[in-house]
Every structure is written in structure tokens, then in C-alpha cells.
Design a protein around this ligand. Structure first.
Ligand code: DC
Length: 233
């Protein structure tokens, strides 16, 4: 019987990290955590409460974080897990334009990163976890048994994100989506604290031309090759 492990999935915005992470977690009966949703929820709280984050001290931001509790609850209608901020379902709000426009700036704040990383590490104590984000394999779980770094052609990423937002009824043009992705990629890669990097022991997955089933099969093959899961998965 293999011991439960930690699978860290990092990569650029809208590469499909959460999609493969969710599918893997379901297949392995593991917990899935979308760390982007945590940064988005903090960002939404800051915007909603009109907190002047650009002129706040790290201590003031830390005090603000003390008022925030983020939880996830399974939604049987969408068969996905929804994000809750202080008990309120904010899944819709955190995916909107207002949050997407500033989340990569807000997530550069040191005290926010420190708090989120510490919360994420607590979830990993029992292992049996798939976590996706930007710094999971480098900072949150540098000893994760499997690290995947995802990439995809930026045009394809923008198209996928655009279709996803359209389905959710969000009014954005493809140009706005492209612009947002490239700004976030730039911010996430160039920030001082925990920038997006491929961990030296991460395996790269370029999913430009792969569908969801092919990606899941690829990950399961890697897990078997590395002898990290039982043969029945
Ligand atoms: O995964 P996402 O696109 O929903 O993430 C939103 C933003 O949150 C992303 O632009 C950068 C930030 N983020 C981060 O800094 N570190 C993480 N581990 C996850 C997300």
C-alpha cells in the first residue's frame, strides 16, 4: 500500500492547473486546494472593504488578514468546491474582472504570501493532497513527491479562459482576457516574494494540444512510473 503523497502543480495563469488537479484528486481520493482562490478571496475582501492596500503597512495588512477566514465547500450542483469568505459563498465574485485585474499585484504583498503559505502548509500535514498555484513546488511544499509545471500557448490559454468566462456570463473581450493573462504572468514571474518558477525537480507538461483526459492519463502514467500510487488507480 503506497503512502499518501503531495502533488504540487504550478504554472502560468489559465493553463488548466485546477482542471487537472481536480481530476487527479478525484481519481486518487485526495484533497484538492486551489490556492489561487485563496489569493482571490483575500483580494475580494480588500476591494470590498476599500482597504488602501497600496499605502498600508505590512502590520496593517496582517491585522486585516486576522479578520479573514477562507473555507471551501463542495457544491453538489456544479460538482465543484466553492470558495467561502467568512462563511459567505464568493465563488462568483472572486472570478470577476475587478478581482482578476488586481489579484496578482495584491498577492505580491509579503504578509499576505506568508499567511497563505502557512495556511496551505497546514492543509498538507496529512498528505493525500493535490494543490495548484504558482509557488507550491518551490515554497509551499519543496519536498512534494510529485511536482508538475504546466505551460500552454498563450493564445490557446486566452481562448480557453475566454470561453470559460463567456459560459459564466462574464462580459469580457478576448483582447481583455489576453491582456489580463499577460500582465498576471509578468507580475507573477517578476515579483520579489516567491515568484513563479519551475522547481528544478518539476516535470513540465505543455498541454496546448492535450484534452483533459489525455492530461489526466499523462499524470497517472507519471505517478505509476515513479511508483507513487497503487496499480489500481
Ligand atoms: O490561479 P489563479 O489564476 O486563480 O490565481 C490568481 C492570482 O493569485 C495569480 O495571478 C497570482 C496569485 N497566486 C499566487 O501568487 N500564488 C499562488 N500559489 C496562487 C495564486
Amino acid at each position: 500500500m503506497n503512502q499518501p503523497i503531495i502533488i504540487a502543480i504550478d504554472g502560468y495563469s489559465s493553463c488548466g492547473k485546477s482542471t487537472i488537479a481536480k481530476a487527479l484528486a478525484k481519481r486518487l481520493n485526495y484533497v484538492f486546494v486551489d490556492t489561487g482562490a485563496m489569493y482571490r478571496a483575500v483580494c475580494f475582501y480588500i476591494l470590498r472593504n476599500e482597504i488602501d492596500w497600496q499605502h498600508s503597512s505590512e502590520q496593517e495588512i496582517e491585522n486585516t488578514l486576522d479578520n479573514i477566514t477562507i473555507t471551501f465547500e463542495y457544491n453538489s450542483d456544479s460538482q465543484q468546491s466553492d470558495t467561502y469568505l467568512n462563511g459567505e459563498n464568493v465563488e462568483q465574485e472572486i472570478r470577476g474582472k475587478a478581482v482578476s485585474e488586481v489579484v496578482s499585484e495584491i498577492s505580491q504583498i509579503k504578509s499576505i504570501r506568508k499567511r497563505m503559505v502557512s495556511l496551505q502548509q497546514k492543509v498538507g500535514v496529512k498528505k493525500g493532497l493535490v494543490m495548484d498555484g504558482r509557488d507550491i513546488g518551490t515554497q509551499v511544499f519543496p519536498n512534494a513527491e510529485l511536482k508538475i509545471f504546466m505551460t500552454a500557448d498563450p493564445k490557446i490559454r486566452a481562448q480557453r479562459r475566454f470561453s470559460e468566462l463567456k459560459l459564466k456570463g462574464k462580459q469580457l473581450t478576448i483582447e481583455e482576457v489576453e491582456e489580463n493573462l499577460s500582465t498576471r504572468d509578468y507580475n507573477d514571474t517578476n515579483r520579489k516574494e516567491n515568484p513563479l518558477r519551475k522547481a528544478s525537480d518539476a516535470i513540465e507538461l505543455d498541454n496546448t494540444y492535450l484534452n483533459q483526459e489525455e492530461q489526466l492519463n499523462w499524470a497517472l502514467r507519471v505517478l505509476h512510473e515513479k511508483n507513487l500510487v497503487n496499480s489500481h488507480f
